[in-house]
Design a protein around this ligand. Structure first.
Ligand SMILES: Nc1ncnc2c1ncn2[C@@H]1O[C@H](COP(=O)(O)OP(=O)(O)OP(=O)(O)O)[C@@H](O)[C@H]1O
Length: 278
């Protein structure tokens, strides 16, 4: 018989929140008559690297925005880094989260230098303003650019970068503040095959680094799952289709259920590929 551990105290607060980076219980997000998310239960622990996979409109970005303390649920409870949404200063909380999205990229002035896009993350979130950045900060930003393979672009302006170079700059920026939680929204979208493979490799290195933060990566494609990621949450129409260890959850059946068509999943080493059956 399965043993079910109830982690909730009588007021509904999980008592082991210290070990949890994210805890969602019965979460829904409703806009008008649309359920963007419904009945989502999800726990992310410190050393876990999660992939959130689903088709267009499945609710992935909505889920990521909850995790990033950018959105409040309309039902259920969300704890981020041990803090309950609705009872915490979200501006303070967001300083502990690295969030790389296309939306962040759209807010970067095109004439800003790449190194400054990365360095300024620390100042933006801390609310400090200085004309000269510390050499220490510039050094760290340079190291991050190097680890993402774009050190040579440090002095270029953001507006002159290719899509892939922008994505990497934004990941470096998200890591600049040494976050406790890293959120990546479709980091490989818009990249060519070489760019995708290179990014998957770099995200894989990050995932395998024991000092890297807990990470949640949103994607549409199993091909973009970097080796080293441990868990998978499959979403369809705002509901969780399956979640757990990638090895258990990523199956042809679950994938077919999530995308609403018969799909065949193949595994080659640590990578995955999918195509329509028949
Ligand atoms: N403010 C809103 N009002 C009504 N519907 C909304 C609102 N915001 C988002 N939606 C809808 O909620 C659904 C989930 O959106 P979300 O952006 O989370 O999906 P997604 O899985 O990230 O999709 P994609 O992969 O296409 O980016 C979509 O159908 C979207 O049209």
């Amino acid at each position: 018989m399965a043993v079910v551990t109830d982690l909730s105290t009588p007021d509904g607060t999980p008592d082991d929140l210290d070990d949890l980076v994210l805890h969602l219980a019965g979460v829904g997000v409703r806009r008008g008559s649309n359920d963007l998310l419904k009945g989502v239960d999800w726990r992310v622990e410190l050393d876990e690297r999660w992939v959130v996979l689903g088709g267009n409109g499945a609710g992935k970005t909505t889920l990521l925005r909850l995790a990033g303390a950018e959105l409040h649920p309309t039902a259920g409870t969300v704890h981020v880094l041990g803090e309950r949404m609705g009872r915490v200063d979200v501006f303070e909380l967001r300083t502990r989260i690295g969030f790389a999205t296309a939306a962040t990229g759209n807010r970067v002035p095109p004439d800003e230098k790449v190194i400054d896009v990365v360095v300024s993350a620390g100042y933006a979130v801390l609310g400090r303003w200085r004309e000269q950045y510390d050499q220490l900060d510039t050094g760290r930003a340079g190291e991050l650019l190097k680890s993402l393979g774009i050190a040579h672009l440090a002095d270029r302006t953001f507006g002159t970068l290719s899509e892939g170079e922008r994505k990497r700059t934004l990941i470096a920026r998200a890591l600049m503040t040494d976050p406790e939680l890293l959120l990546l929204d479709e980091p490989a979208a818009g990249l060519d095959l070489g760019g995708r493979e290179d990014l998957v490799g770099r995200l894989s290195e990050l995932a395998m680094d024991p000092d890297a933060p807990a990470t949640v990566l949103v994607t549409h494609h199993v091909e973009e799952i970097p080796p080293g990621f441990t868990h998978l949450l499959l979403l369809a129409r705002g509901e969780v289709v399956a979640q757990g260890l990638i090895d258990d959850v990523l199956t042809s059946e679950n994938l077919s259920a999530a995308f609403g068509q018969p799909l065949e999943l193949e595994r080659s080493g640590e990578r995955f590929f999918a195509r329509r059956r028949g």
